[in-house]
Design a protein around this ligand. Structure first.
Ligand SMILES: [Ca+2]
Ligand SMILES: [Ca+2]
Ligand SMILES: [Ca+2]
Length: 353
């Protein structure tokens, strides 16, 4: 057993220099859950034999919720060793190791500063929005000599939680890799009756499975991944889009549930303004094209949807006149004004010029 641990330390030192040169994740970084810079060394060894569990909490600045809860468990019936270290096997890493014929698990919980590793406070993080800023996945960096699985569980409250597992393949060369799991891959976890809402998160757990005897598992990164912000190539007005058919990103466009070819749409854009359906049509076509080429749509997504609903009832050419007290344009005009501002680069995306 001791030999195994010593050998591990030697391998760790030998590989430390190599790991420094491994490229970071390609995706944009979202919220950090844990970087495992510091933490408690915990060891279970000897008698009483069989199941033993040790719980601890680490208050660490930079860890999600300010505190990491730890439960290290030995499941095998013998008196062998299960170790947990931070930074000893590899710098900036939590490492789990068990002796031959010894099995166990490591549970890390992020549920706020409750000073209680034995109980889960399912609302301890206070309704964190993991989707803000484009967050869409978790990234876990790690390695295992014999292979292991990590199960992530996200809680919105005690009855709404979702989980997903990451398989860490066996790699005796100890080359750290980054494993990503999308929020959409999660499903309702056992013990819960409904899925978690990733925009309202109260706790996150990471369960590392040590059911393979003598397995070594290290994790150096636990964070969320976000889509890069829109590049905002710039918006065009109806005048731009009708004069630059070659710039259209699509050949057909759907407005109010009806599909128009590029040529049909440009013909309608060239229509007059007495019938206000033409006015909203050209603004909506332009706004949709501006979004399709990669402009930020966050400030107009609702208005585009509302304008689509309006044009489903009043398709282009249905002769809606402005002015009358009960004219549908009283609803349509505010939508038009917002879309026109967006198309002129006055809202959340700049003008193309
Ligand atoms: Ca806690
Ligand atoms: Ca604490
Ligand atoms: Ca807790």
């Amino acid at each position: 057993m001791k030999k195994t641990i010593h050998l591990l330390a030697i391998i760790a030192l030998a590989i430390t220099m190599l790991t420094l040169f491994i490229a970071p994740a390609q995706a944009a970084t979202g919220a950090v859950v844990d970087t495992f810079e510091t933490g408690s060394f915990i060891s279970i060894i000897g008698t009483p034999t069989g199941f033993q569990s040790i719980a601890a909490t680490d208050d660490v600045a930079g860890v999600l919720g300010g505190e990491r809860d730890i439960v290290l468990t030995r499941n095998s019936a013998n008196n062998g060793a299960v170790h947990l270290d931070f930074g000893l096997s590899f710098p900036g890493t939590v490492s789990y190791a068990s002796g031959s014929s010894v099995t166990g698990s490591l549970l890390l919980t992020y549920d706020g500063d409750d000073n209680d590793a034995s109980n889960l406070n399912s609302i301890g993080l206070g309704g964190l929005d993991l989707t803000s800023g484009g967050g869409y996945a978790f990234a876990l960096g790690g390695v295992s000599d014999l292979g292991a699985s990590a199960t992530l569980t996200v809680y919105s409250n005690s009855t709404s939680c979702s989980s997903a597992s990451i398989a860490i393949p066996a790699d005796p060369s100890y080359t750290f890799a980054i494993f990503q799991v999308d929020f959409t891959s999660f499903s309702t976890a056992s013990g819960c009756t409904s899925p978690a809402n990733f925009a309202n998160v109260g706790a996150i757990t990471l369960l590392i499975d040590g059911s393979t005897p003598a397995v070594d598992i290290s994790v150096d990164l636990f964070e969320t991944v976000a889509n890069p912000p829109p590049t905002n190539p710039g918006t065009g007005t109806p005048g731009y889009w009708k004069n630059h058919p070659e710039a259209w990103p699509v050949d057909v466009i759907t407005i109010g549930g009806r599909t128009y070819t590029k040529e049909e749409a440009i013909a309608y854009i060239n229509g007059g303004d007495k019938d206000k359906t033409y006015t909203l049509f050209r603004a909506l076509v332009s706004a949709k094209l501006n979004v399709l080429i990669g402009n930020d749509s966050s400030c107009v997504a609702d208005v585009i949807a509302a304008a689509d609903d309006w044009m489903a009832v009043y398709p282009v050419g249905s002769n809606v006149r402005a002015g009358k007290p009960n004219s549908p344009w009283r609803v349509g005009e505010p939508l038009y004004i917002t879309l026109d501002k967006y198309n002129n680069g006055l809202l959340c995306a700049p003008h193309r010029n």
